[in-house]
Ligand binder design. Structure first.
Ligand SMILES: CC(=O)SCCNC(=O)CCNC(=O)[C@H](O)C(C)(C)COP(=O)(O)OP(=O)(O)OC[C@H]1O[C@@H](n2cnc3c(N)ncnc32)[C@H](O)[C@@H]1OP(=O)(O)O
Ligand SMILES: CC(C)C(=O)C(=O)O
Length: 514
């Protein structure tokens, strides 16, 4: 049977402990609303005692965010617990999360408390929190470096005092997966009342194993995982929400566990947190990194084109991305090259494709990534070998402040001379409208751009246009010292490409019919 693991998001508390990641109240409310859309079970909205801003953030989130339980952190001190309650009171689903260390290192050097004093304080503060709310969580800070026998004693005592969740933190990221899994198993097996509470885990990533530790904990009985979006948090960060959630969802067969998270909201939430905190997600980050669904090598691209499951264990749509990305570069093969050209609207014969592919490989040796524009230059030069159906013979334009711009154009279309006049809003518009009428094109002009290739008033001007017809998009270029001539050439260049592609498609359909 699949167990449902609670997701406790602490992006707004531990996540905010990342250097430079602090968020203002409005930003925190915005993130919390997105976390609710994501479907997390609990949002740790902040540490109410720590500052007036955090108090206000906890208060606003508790009042305004519907769905998840809203939680405030509080030290094991009466003033912290009282302040947490002040921020949370009146809201429907709230939790107070109090904590105190159990490791001798912390008790001796930071708290200057005996084990007995710490246990008594923990119990008193859980009871105080329970006097305000039903839902109380206790964390024995630095649990993974604590004496297990003493840790079990404290856990038993706080559960008896009313803690419904006991969270086991690997505060300094010291534990490794087998060890941490065994610690959770020890707690579940040896603490007599462990079943009366949810055992949670909170792992830090100092050794890069926060997610692995959390998964090991789930295998050994943990029912809640604390985590942050993009894995942000104190020092090397926390367990990343997207990794734990997708790990459990993708390997439900193995873990027999899942979460209620709406994974389609993951990419959006990751982008929001990154934008607000200014913490850029590394490109190779699992799940949400820019490369997580990008395929570069020819063999992988070929496999994917045949069937996505060959090289993808999750679909990008499952985290809210539109599709996986094939990066065109020196490691790409012919299958992916043809596919990308077809997406751009080019249908090439095998021979044309082979020529273009050779040129593409040469270019890819010189450039890290090949963009659409590079592919278009390669293909257009291949296509330039084709015979042009429409040739410009001459044109004449009249325009001025006191007359309607008119153009007279002479073309050769499939060997036939044609001449026609027309008008427009300006000299270029007059020429374009006249050519469109002469060629009977149904194409739409998507883009028109002018660039000076050299400086001065005698500069060579380059015009680029982009046309769309029947789902095919092409660009056309024309250069001349006369900008109107350059514009006419660019338009005809694009029209010739559209005509060529339409004829290629018609040919391939004919072949298929035969
Ligand atoms: C593992 C974690 O991530 S825990 C969460 C960490 N987050 C933060 O610290 C962010 C918010 N913190 C703050 O704004 C401040 O530290 C405050 C407002 C909480 C306290 O500020 P100050 O009163 O100036 O104390 P300061 O931060 O210098 O020292 C911490 C004090 O809290 C005590 N303390 C720390 N944790 C706890 C705890 N869980 N329970 C009881 N007392 C604690 C320390 O022993 C120390 O007490 P002392 O002054 O008697 O020596
Ligand atoms: C407050 C606790 C859960 C914590 O953040 C830690 O120990 O890292």
């Amino acid at each position: 049977m699949t167990r449902m693991i609670r997701i406790f998001d602490t992006t707004l508390r531990d996540g905010e402990q990342s250097p430079g990641a602090s968020m203002n109240v409005e930003e925190k409310v915005m993130v919390a609303k997105q976390l609710a859309r994501l479907g997390v079970d609990i949002i740790e909205a902040g540490f109410a005692y720590s500052s007036p801003g955090d108090f206000e953030a906890v208060r606003r989130i508790a009042q305004e965010v519907e769905g998840p339980t809203i939680c405030s952190l509080a030290r094991a001190r009466p003033e912290d617990i009282d302040r947490a309650w002040e921020a949370l009171k009146g809201a429907p689903k709230v939790r107070i999360h109090t904590f105190l260390s159990t490791s001798d290192i912390h008790l001796k050097h930071q708290f200057r408390m005996t084990r007995e004093e710490a246990k008594r304080r923990a119990v008193e503060m859980v009871q105080r929190a329970r006097s305000y709310v039903d839902d109380v969580e206790f964390s024995p800070m630095d649990a993974s470096r604590s004496d297990p026998a003493y840790l079990y004693e404290v856990i038993e005592a706080v559960i008896a005092a009313g803690a419904g969740t006991v969270n086991i933190p690997d505060t300094v990221g010291y534990a490794v997966p087998q060890e941490f899994g065994a610690l959770i198993k020890g707690i579940c097996d040896k603490v007599p009342n462990a079943k009366q509470a949810v055992i949670s885990v909170h792992c830090h990533n100092d050794l890069g194993v926060a997610v692995a530790n959390s998964l090991a904990a789930v295998m050994n009985g943990a029912g809640q995982v604390e985590c942050t979006i993009n894995g942000i948090g104190e020092r090397a960060g926390n367990t990343s929400l997207e990794e734990i959630v997708m790990g459990l969802r993708t390997r439900k067969d193995f873990y027999q566990a899942d979460t209620q998270v709406r994974t389609e909201e993951i990419a959006k939430t990751s982008r929001l947190v990154s934008k607000i905190t200014g913490m850029v997600v590394q490109p190779n980050k699992a799940i949400v990194g820019a490369n997580a669904f990008a395929h570069t090598s020819g063999i992988h691209q070929d496999g994917l084109l045949k069937d996505k499951t060959t090289y993808e264990i999750m679909r990008p749509e499952s985290i809210g991305l539109v599709e996986s990305k094939m990066v065109m570069g020196k490691l790409s093969g012919r299958h992916a090259f043809r596919q990308r050209l077809e997406e751009l609207g080019y249908q090439l014969t095998d021979e044309e494709l082979n020529h273009a592919f050779e040129r593409f490989k040469k270019l890819a040796d010189q450039k890290k990534e090949i963009y659409e524009e590079d592919l278009e230059v390669i293909v257009s030069e291949e296509l330039a070998k084709m015979s042009e159906r429409i040739l410009l013979k001459s044109f004449h334009v009249e325009s001025g402040t006191d007359r309607v711009p008119t153009a007279t154009v002479e073309l050769e279309i499939d060997g036939q001379a044609v001449k026609q006049s027309g008008s427009g809003d300006g000299p270029v518009d007059a020429i374009y409208r006249t050519i469109a009428a002469m060629t009977k094109t149904k194409s739409k002009l998507l883009m028109f751009g002018v660039n000076a290739i050299t400086g001065g008033t005698d500069a060579q001007g380059e015009v680029s246009v982009r046309l769309e017809e029947d789902g095919r998009t092409v660009s056309g270029h024309g250069a001349d010292t006369d900008i109107i001539t350059a514009a006419a050439r660019a338009y005809l260049n694009a029209l010739n490409r559209l005509a060529y592609m339409a004829s290629k498609q018609a040919e391939s359909q004919k072949v298929r019919l035969i």
